[in-house]
Write a protein of this length. Structure first.
Length: 148
């Protein structure tokens, strides 16, 4: 291989049209911008979402519903999942701290236990909320539950 053999990779270079470089280029004069108007002027840049004076889409669409700022979001775990977590991560207790250490929840997440499924392990639970069915099932399995 020598210097006179070198070529750029196929498709890596592309020569674009040189717009606004004189009449001989075929794109002189108005430089493909049309006649007058905001978009023909120098320094023009379209703002995001601007529709040229037409009523913007976010104002044409109707408003729907509302967001309750006082809603409490929980990370939900069913009793059927608990035994799997106890085996997989060798949990001795089911708390937000142990779940965070094992990467199951984020630091600020609240934990709720629901009663779907069966539980065989009798480990202590320290969670932010639990359903009545989950409390009964944990007590029946020999575990304890504490709401923190």
């Amino acid at each position: 291989m020598q210097l006179h053999n070198l070529k750029p990779a196929a498709g890596s270079t592309k020569k674009g049209k040189r717009i606004g470089r004189g009449e001989g280029s075929g794109h002189g004069g108005t430089a493909t911008k049309g006649n007058k108007g905001q978009q023909a002027r120098t320094g023009y840049s379209a703002k995001r979402g601007h529709e040229g004076g037409q009523m913007p889409i976010q104002r044409r669409m109707p408003k729907r519903g509302f967001k309750n700022h006082f809603r409490v979001e929980y990370k939900v775990f069913n009793l059927g999942q608990v035994d799997m977590f106890v085996e997989k991560y060798s949990l001795t207790e089911f708390t937000p701290d142990t779940l965070y250490v094992n990467g199951l929840i984020n630091r600020t997440d609240l934990v709720k236990v629901l009663g779907n499924g069966e539980i065989k392990s009798s480990i202590p639970f320290k969670v932010n909320a639990a359903s009545a069915k989950a409390k009964e099932a944990i007590a029946a399995a020999g575990g304890t539950i504490e709401i923190i």
